[in-house]
Structures are given as C-alpha cells and as structure tokens.
Design a protein. Structure first.
Length: 146
C-alpha cells in the first residue's frame, strides 16, 4: 500500500523530471529525503553535461552526500520516477541508502534486467509509486522524439 508521504515526494521527483524534459533531457527526476526533509534534488543532465553518468539519481546522491558531509545515506530515502539503472543502483548500494522508492519499471535498462539485488542488504526497495504518471511522462517524451 502506497502511503501519502511516498506520493508527496514522488510528485516532487516528477517536478524534477519535468524540469529535465524542459531541457530536452530524458525526463527522470529524483529527490532524497532525510527525516522528513528534502535534502537533495536531481534530474537527468546527460545531454547538458555530455556525461553518461549524469543521471538524476547520481546528481541527487552527490548533492545529498555534500549536504550531509559524508558518503553514507543510511537515514535517507531516494524517490525516483523510473527504476534505477544498474549504475545508479550500484552507487545507491555503495551509499548504503535506507530506502529506494521508484515510479515505473524500466524493462530495457532497469537494474532488474541485470540482477535482483544490487543494493545494500538493509535497503528497502518499493516500486510502482505513481507509476502511471511516471510512465506517461517518459512515453510523451519519446513520442515527441520520433
């Protein structure tokens, strides 16, 4: 069952995804929350920075670690509009993030395509939060590209 806080923070991640789309980036957005406060936001910047690692999750992880002054996110939750790719899932694993909540699945490039559990053993993962809205944003973006 999806809780209201999950929906609230996923809506903020969707706002980040929309910001990415305004800049012709793949519309994926992320926010990191610690103790009820948003401490980091990010959206895809791969085109803007010409950097294949500039995914929304990576931007948010770096920002959160800077904010907290350390590399571990053990008291944090990441909200991201699309299932993380293997690279991002690996970085989240190294960060020891407490919880990952994502919107829609990514059957082509999501971490599930490659492995079942790339995260830290204590990380709780939940998918499907506002999945329809997250998927619709991606579908609209790619329809316009074709």
């Amino acid at each position: 069952m999806i809780n209201r806080d999950d929906e609230k923070y996923m809506r903020l991640a969707l706002q980040e995804a929309q910001e990415a789309m305004r800049h012709d980036e793949v519309p994926i957005g992320a926010v990191i929350v610690s103790q009820g406060h948003v401490i980091a936001r990010g959206h895809n910047l791969t085109e803007t920075l010409t950097d294949v690692t500039a995914h929304a999750e990576m931007q948010a992880i770096t920002s959160a670690q800077t904010y907290l002054g350390g590399k571990y996110l053990t008291q944090c939750t990441l909200y991201v509009t699309v299932e993380p790719c293997l690279m991002c899932a690996g970085a989240l694993g190294w960060s020891q993030i407490a919880r990952v909540v994502y919107g829609c699945d990514d059957p082509k490039r999501g971490y599930h395509t490659y492995c079942q559990q790339p995260f830290h053993k204590k990380t709780v993962v939940e998918g499907g939060v506002l999945a329809e809205q997250c998927a619709a944003l991606m579908q609209d973006f790619f329809k316009k590209k074709r």
